[in-house]
Design a protein around this ligand. Structure first.
Ligand code: SF4
Length: 626
C-alpha cells in the first residue's frame, strides 16, 4: 500500500501543489483516502495532516470513508427533477436495498445525490464510476442495479453504445449526445483546424493580436462579461517569471452544458484559443481546468494535446515562431461549484480547498503560484480564434450595439428540442422558445439559479392597479410579455443557461426550493452570510409555501437578500437570487400564500422554539397564556 502511494507521490514529484492529482489517483486506486494514506501524503509533501484533510473534505468526489465497488451519483438538478428524478431515485433505492447517502451491506453499491453534472438536455443522468448514464427511467435504474448484482462489468451496464460526433471516439465512448440545434459563426465547421496558429500568428505581433481582440469587444462568456482584450493586455504587462493561461472548464451552473459540447466537438478551437492567448500575453504555462463530471473526456482531450505537440502547435518555437514556448496540461477538479470562480479555481489548482480569495490582488496580477494568470472561459477562447481569423470588424457585424457577436445557449427543461443553440446577442426569449419547441410556458430561468426568473408578464412595466389585478388569477391580464426581453448585457445577461418551465410547474415549491438547496449545498462556508442566510431564507420560504407566512416574511426575505450581497464571491452574492427574482417577477405566488394571514405571525410557537435551549441549561419553561 505504502509503495503504491509513494509511486503516486513520485509521479507528481512530491509537489504539494499537485495534491488534487495525488488524491484523485488515490481515489481511483483505492476508492477512498484512508488515515494511513493521509499521513504518508502529509509527511512526503511536508504539509500537515489537517491540510490534506481539509482538501479532501471540500470536494464531493473525495472521501475519507470507503466507497462501494459501484458508486452511483444521481444528479438532482431541477431539469432532472422535471423529468422523473424522484421515481428514478426510488427505483435505485428499492432495487439496491439501501437509501441515498449509504452503501449496500456487501459494499457493492453506493448511492449518492450530486449537483448538476452538465447533462440537463438528457437527464435524469448519473455518473457511475466515472461513466455517464443518461435518460434514466425507473426501468433502467432497476436494470442497472440488477446487472451490477449479477456481476456484470461497468461497460455491460450501458444501454446505448455511444452518442453522436466525438462522443463515439474510442477514447471517449460515452452515451452522451451533443444535441447541437443551431450553429452560427462559432460552431460553423467551415474552418481549418489550427489555421491561425499555423498561418496567421507569424504575421502579427502579440500587441496587434490583443488590439484585434480589444476592437472586437469580446467579453468573457462565462457570465461576468469582463472585456477579454483588456484582460489579455493587463496580463501581458504584469511582471513575472512565468505567465499562465487557464481555460475555465468548470461549468457548474445548473442548466449549463455548452462547454461539454465545445470540449467534445470543438476542442481544437478551445486549445487554439489558449495558444493565441499565450502568444498575446507571452505566457508559457497553460492549464485546462476540467470539472470532474467531465472526466470521461480526459483521455480523449489528452490525445488531442499529444497530437498538437507532434504538430509543433505546443512546445518550443511553436509553429516556427522563435522563442514562443507554451504547453497545456489538464487539471481535473473534484466536484465543487464554487471552483468556477476564478480565484477558487486557482486555489484548487494549487491543491487547496476551492475557497475564493480576497481581491485585490486579482489573478491577472497574482494568480496561480503567484504568477500573472489569465483565466478565460471555454467559449471565450474559442471565439477569440474566429476573431483572430476574420477580424474585429467582421465580429462586430453580429449582435447588438452593447453585446457583440454570438452566444451559446444551453437550453433545457420543458421543451421538445433541448440542446445547444448559437444565437446572436439580442435574440429574444420568445425566439429561443420557438426554436426549442416550448409551449404553454410559465417561466424561463435565464443564467441558471444565480440569474433571473423571467415571467411571461413583464411585472416591471405594470402599473400598481394592474399589478394588483395580476396578483389575483381571476384578474389576469394580457399584458405585454417579458418573453420579448432580449439576451444581452444591457437586458438579460447570461452565461448561457436557459431553463424552461411550463404552466404545470409549481414555481416556488419545485423550482425555487431546488435552487436554494443547490446554493446551500455548494457554499464553501467562509462567509457567515452565504453559509447561513440561504438556509434561513429557504426555511422562511417553506413557511410561506405551507401557508404559515405573513407579509412581513416577504419583506424579511427582501431585506436578507440585500445583506447576502455583502458576501465575498459571486456564489454568495447571487445565492438569494432565486427568491429575490421570484418575488420580483412572481410576487402573486407569494401574495396568494400569505393573503389570508394577518400581519402578525400567529404560527410562532415560543414553547417549541425555546425548548432546545431550556433543555440544554436544565430549565423549565413557564408560560402564562392568559
Ligand atoms: Fe464561500 Fe459563499 Fe463566501 Fe463565496 S460567498 S467565499 S462561496 S461562503
Amino acid at each position: 500500500m505504502k509503495e503504491k502511494i509513494e509511486s503516486i507521490l513520485n509521479k507528481y514529484n512530491n509537489d504539494p501543489s499537485r495534491l488534487m492529482d495525488i488524491l484523485l489517483d488515490i481515489m481511483e486506486n483505492s476508492g477512498y483516502v484512508d488515515e494511513f494514506s493521509i499521513s504518508v501524503i502529509a509527511e512526503s509533501l511536508n504539509i500537515s495532516v489537517a491540510q490534506v484533510k481539509e482538501t479532501i473534505s471540500f470536494y464531493h468526489f473525495f472521501s475519507e470513508k470507503p466507497r462501494a465497488k459501484y458508486n452511483i451519483f444521481l444528479n438532482n438538478s431541477i431539469t432532472s427533477c422535471l423529468r422523473g428524478f424522484k421515481e428514478v431515485k426510488e427505483a435505485f433505492e428499492t432495487e439496491a436495498g439501501t437509501s441515498f447517502g449509504n452503501l449496500t451491506e456487501d459494499g457493492l453499491i453506493g448511492l449518492y445525490e450530486t449537483s448538476c453534472i452538465g447533462m440537463n438536455d438528457q437527464g435524469p443522468a448519473a455518473i457511475i464510476n466515472d461513466k455517464i448514464f443518461t435518460n434514466l427511467t425507473p426501468y433502467r435504474a432497476r436494470k442497472i442495479i440488477n446487472d451490477i448484482k449479477a456481476g456484470k462489468k461497468l461497460e455491460e451496464l450501458v444501454y446505448e453504445n455511444h452518442g453522436d460526433g466525438n462522443n463515439a471516439h474510442p477514447l471517449m465512448n460515452t452515451m452522451v449526445y451533443n444535441h447541437i440545434r443551431k450553429k452560427s459563426i462559432l460552431l460553423d465547421e467551415n474552418y481549418e483546424k489550427f489555421d491561425v496558429i499555423k498561418n496567421e500568428l507569424k504575421n502579427i505581433s502579440p500587441q496587434e493580436l490583443i488590439q484585434t481582440i480589444e476592437d472586437s469587444n469580446l467579453r468573457g462568456r462565462g457570465g461576468a462579461g469582463f472585456p477579454t482584450g483588456l484582460k489579455w493586455k493587463f496580463g501581458s504587462r504584469m511582471p513575472g517569471e512565468h505567465r499562465v493561461i487557464i481555460c475555465n472548464a468548470d461549468e457548474g451552473e445548473p442548466g449549463t452544458f455548452k462547454d461539454r459540447v465545445m470540449l467534445t466537438q470543438f476542442n481544437d478551437l478551445v486549445f487554439e484559443g489558449m495558444v493565441l492567448a499565450a502568444y498575446a500575453t507571452k505566457a508559457d504555462i497553460g492549464v485546462l481546468y476540467l470539472r470532474y463530471e467531465y472526466k470521461y473526456m480526459l483521455n480523449y482531450l489528452n490525445s488531442v494535446l499529444d497530437n498538437m505537440r507532434k504538430e509543433n502547435l505546443l512546445g518550443e518555437d511553436i509553429s516556427g515562431i522563435e522563442g514562443f514556448k507554451f504547453d497545456i496540461r489538464i487539471q481535473l477538479g473534484a466536484g465543487a461549484y464554487v471552483c468556477g470562480e476564478e480565484s477558487a479555481l486557482i486555489e484548487s489548482m494549487e491543491g487547496k480547498r476551492g475557497e475564493p480569495r480576497d481581491k485585490p490582488p486579482f489573478p491577472v496580477e497574482k494568480g496561480y503560484m503567484d504568477y500573472p494568470t489569465i483565466v478565460n472561459n471555454v467559449e471565450t477562447l474559442a471565439s477569440a480564434v474566429k476573431i483572430a481569423k476574420n477580424g474585429a470588424k467582421w465580429y462586430n457585424s453580429f449582435g447588438t450595439k452593447d453585446s457583440l457577436g454570438t452566444k451559446l445557449l444551453s437550453v433545457s427543461g420543458d421543451c421538445r428540442f433541448p440542446g445547444i443553440y448559437e444565437v446572436e446577442w439580442g435574440t429574444s426569449i420568445r425566439e429561443v422558445l420557438e426554436m426549442a419547441g416550448a409551449h404553454n410556458v410559465q417561466a424561463v430561468q435565464v443564467g441558471g439559479p444565480s440569474g433571473t426568473l423571467v415571467n411571461v408578464k413583464d411585472i416591471d412595466n405594470l402599473s400598481k392597479t394592474e399589478l394588483m389585478k395580476w396578483y389575483k388569477p381571476s384578474g389576469m391580464m394580457t399584458a405585454q410579455t417579458a418573453f420579448d426581453r432580449k439576451l444581452s448585457y444591457s437586458d438579460l445577461p447570461t452565461g448561457g443557461s436557459i431553463i424552461i418551465f411550463n404552466k404545470d410547474r409549481d414555481i416556488l415549491r419545485e423550482v425555487v426550493m431546488n435552487f436554494m438547496d443547490f446554493f446551500i449545498e455548494e457554499s464553501c462556508g467562509s462567509c457567515s452570510t452565504c453559509r447561513n442566510l440561504p438556509r434561513i431564507m429557504k426555511e422562511k420560504l417553506e413557511k410561506i409555501i405551507n401557508g404559515h407566512g405573513v407579509r412581513d416574511d416577504i419583506d424579511d426575505l427582501l431585506n436578507w437578500g440585500k445583506i447576502i450581497k455583502l458576501s465575498r464571491c459571486g456564489l454568495g452574492q447571487t445565492a438569494a437570487n432565486p427568491i429575490l427574482s421570484s418575488i420580483l417577477n412572481f410576487r402573486h405566488l407569494y401574495e396568494d400564500h400569505v393573503m389570508a394571514m394577518t400581519d402578525y405571525d400567529n404560527q410562532f410557537d415560543i414553547v417549541k422554539s425555546v425548548s432546545p435551549a431550556n433543555s440544554f441549561v436544565g430549565r423549565k419553561f413557564i408560560h402564562n397564556h392568559s
